[in-house]
Design a protein around this ligand. Structure first.
Ligand code: FBP
Length: 261
């Protein structure tokens, strides 16, 4: 069956809004405004995001008809920072439940370098098998972590992660940018036909963030899956427009900054 990926893209590029940090990091990421999922969904809708990333509980309670124009990317696994064992992110939402709740894609986090890496590879492969039966695209978060990830930002390791994503059938790979612009082209190359998006990371200054977006768009990545930098910002719509101007309209960092004046 054809994978319905075009719904997630604008001219082959994308910006997704991530909001699974409540589980991944806990409430320390939030304030009184952004703790409310409706605040985030409004940013996604009015900011014309290519998708909103949610866990199934929030999707069920908040992703109502009103928001149906934003494609839902359902995160199928997750972990918390409460326990401190060797990194593993387990599946607790099925592809079927994701579809019932209106998902246009499913997402899964893997920690290459963890003692439990193979468990996640097997679990992920079953998800790909099922999701692709329904034509649902699969996004794979690849975050090197754990006892064998000696240097998680190493370019060759990130390229290895990209290759694993391609070989396991991911349609989109979500990975962290390590700041090595030339080297990262090799990472993207290794992903083959798997499209690459970059995660935002913790909140940074506007110039630093826009420069990062500008850099990653030169590596062959198709865009971003970003969370905290947007919904922790006091002007999320202006910042969204600035980032979109680089991703979709090839604007420079200085031109993009005009949206923030
Ligand atoms: P941010 O842009 O806020 O970094 O979100 C991207 C993301 O991948 C989220 O989907 C996820 O919750 C978080 O980062 C996990 O980050 P980490 O595991 O590095 O703490």
């Amino acid at each position: 069956m054809t994978i319905q990926i075009n719904k997630l893209l604008t001219n082959g590029k994308a910006i997704f809004l991530a909001y699974d940090q409540g589980m991944e990091h806990g409430p320390s990421d939030f304030n009184l405004k952004n703790v409310d999922p409706n605040y985030i969904l409004d940013i996604a809708l009015e900011g014309h995001y290519n998708g909103i990333i949610l866990q199934h509980g929030l999707a069920e309670k908040y992703y109502q008809d009103y928001y149906k124009d934003i494609p839902l990317i359902m995160k199928l696994n997750g972990h918390t920072t409460i326990t401190k064992n060797e990194p593993i992110s387990r599946q607790f939402c099925t592809v079927e439940r994701a579809m019932k709740l209106g998902a246009s894609a499913v997402g899964y986090t893997m920690y290459p370098g963890s003692d439990r890496q193979e468990d996640m590879m097997v679990e992920f492969s079953k998800i790909v098998d099922k999701a692709h039966d329904y034509g649902l695209p699969v996004i794979l978060w690849m975050y090197p972590r754990g006892k064998y990830a000696y240097n998680p930002t190493d370019t060759q390791l990130l390229a290895y992660c990209a290759r694993i994503a391609a070989e396991l059938g991911a349609d989109i790979l979500k990975i962290k940018y390590n700041g090595d612009l030339e080297g990262f082209k090799w990472v993207v190359k290794n992903a083959g036909k798997t499209k690459v998006v970059i995660s935002g990371g913790s909140k940074k200054g506007e110039h630093e963030l826009l420069k990062k977006v500008d850099d990653i768009m030169q590596t062959g990545a198709i865009g971003l899956a970003i969370g905290r930098n947007i919904w922790q910002h006091e002007k999320p719509f202006s910042l969204t427009k600035a980032i979109q101007s680089i991703i979709f309209h090839n604007k420079t960092v200085d031109q993009a900054k005009k949206f923030l004046e």
